[in-house]
Design a protein around this ligand. Structure first.
Ligand code: NAD
Length: 383
């Protein structure tokens, strides 16, 4: 077995996503399984170089996982010949500058979403990468979730007939930080630091809608900052300036209407933290992160509206579970494997910077819609 080592800068590895999903659950998991196999028997072998601001934290992570490479000097890491990929999981605001530097150093770039804070900046990164002829990728992890994979299988198999609508509920209660610590970083709640649920979630909704149901043509969004004051990691009270809930309606090419609620101020009364109900003429489905339930036209009961009578039917029990029929791996890891094969073996990979820029565009126009109180058409984005 030949190993093909590939140096990967992991910047922002001390953060929630950088550490758990990208280092541990993706790159180290790939090493544990013996690398990414190529058709000729070669195995791509990630060699992570941990990059961040805090040397002690980097050293601690490296030692915990038997890694030897870490640095607080991004320029020095980018100057190394054995580094081929720059990966970014920093706070969103730091991303653009670092990615630009990586492109200038001739590295391929893979990054967490959102690619940048604004559409123009995201497009400029896409252009710069194209000019430098480096390969690019943006995390679109939700596409690889078992629940959404099953939903895609239903769509591809024609289960729904004509699809009419998509209703999505995403969210959970994020503690304010006063009497119980918040479970998300405080920068998420400050606009000036790149926070806000629209910037965070609309890039996800963009690729989910586009890949499953069709291109997004218009957006209208209502946003709110329901909790005006929160307490940060060091116990200080701060004004929450960013939107913490977004109520969006999206019209898709082909006429599908999608309504997606995103909120950090909602208590969960669902089976999963995100759920999408899809209604089609022939059948309906409710897909979450892992599970997917369906009700076919032929098995649809006929409820009659009568508020004078107590509920006699168990509506939830009238749905059936879609079986796995395959093994689902961690979504972040599956996409990493695909990007590595793209870089090393030239396999196609469509979730590039231009795709990432479209997600940023939806967030930007969603915020514009909310500010101006109107529905916004989404112009096609080209490099
Ligand atoms: N794909 C997903 O499902 C998903 C989920 C959550 C977050 N994200 C994205 O991942 C990125 C990181 O989010 P997170 O939740 O891991 O955040 P986090 O606060 O836990 O981590 C942020 C990282 O950036 C580093 N950093 C660099 N410069 C910084 C600065 N000036 N201030 C603060 N931190 C700085 C931190 O040290 C840390 O390593 C964000 O861009 C976010 O949009 C993606």
């Amino acid at each position: 077995m030949t190993r093909r080592p590939i140096g990967i800068i992991v910047n922002g590895v001390t953060g929630r996503m950088g550490y758990r999903q990208h280092l541990v659950r993706s790159l180290l998991a790939i090493r544990e399984q013996g690398g990414v196999p190529l058709p000729d028997g070669t195995r791509i072998w990630p060699e992570p170089i941990l990059v961040g601001r805090n040397e002690a934290k980097l050293r601690e992570i490296a030692e915990r996982h038997g890694l030897t490479e870490w640095t607080t000097d991004l320029s020095a890491a980018l100057a190394r010949d054995d580094v081929e990929i720059y990966f970014d999981a920093q706070v969103t605001q730091q991303r653009e500058k670092a990615i630009r530097q990586a492109i200038e150093a001739g590295k391929h770039v893979y990054t967490e979403k959102p690619l940048a804070e604004g559409t123009e900046a995201a497009l400029e990164l896409a252009r710069a990468a194209a000019t430098a002829e480096v390969r690019t990728g943006v995390v679109q992890d939700k596409l690889f979730l078992p629940g959404l994979r099953k939903l895609k299988r239903l769509i591809d198999g024609g289960f729904f007939g004509r699809i009419l609508s998509v209703r999505g509920e995403f969210g959970y209660w994020v503690f304010e930080g006063d009497w119980q610590p918040a479970q998300r970083p405080s920068w998420n709640y400050r606009s000036a630091d790149g926070g806000g649920i629209v910037v965070d979630m609309f890039p996800h909704w963009h690729y989910v809608l586009e890949e499953l149901f069709g291109p997004v043509k218009t957006v209208s969004a209502h946003i709110a900052t329901h909790i005006p004051e929160r307490v940060d990691e060091s116990g200080r009270t701060y004004p929450a300036t960013a939107d913490d809930a977004a109520y969006g309606t999206f019209e898709l090419a082909g006429g599908v209407v999608a309504q997606l609620n995103s909120s950090w101020c909602v208590r969960v009364n669902r089976d999963e933290l995100v759920e999408f109900q899809v209604d089609g003429v022939e059948g309906s489905a409710v897909a979450g992160l892992r599970n997917c339930r369906i009700q076919h036209r032929a098995a649809t009961p006929k409820p009659v509206w009568n508020p004078d009578l107590p509920v006699t039917e168990n509506f939830r029990a009238q749905w059936s579970e879609v079986p796995d029929n395959e093994e689902f791996d961690n979504g972040f890891k599956v996409q990493w494997e695909s990007f590595l094969r793209h870089v090393v073996a030239d396999e196609p990979f469509r979730w590039d910077f231009l795709a990432g820029a479209r997600g940023v565009q939806l967030a930007e126009l969603g915020l514009l819609s909310a500010r101006e109180g109107r529905r916004i058409e989404i112009p096609e984005l080209n490099r």
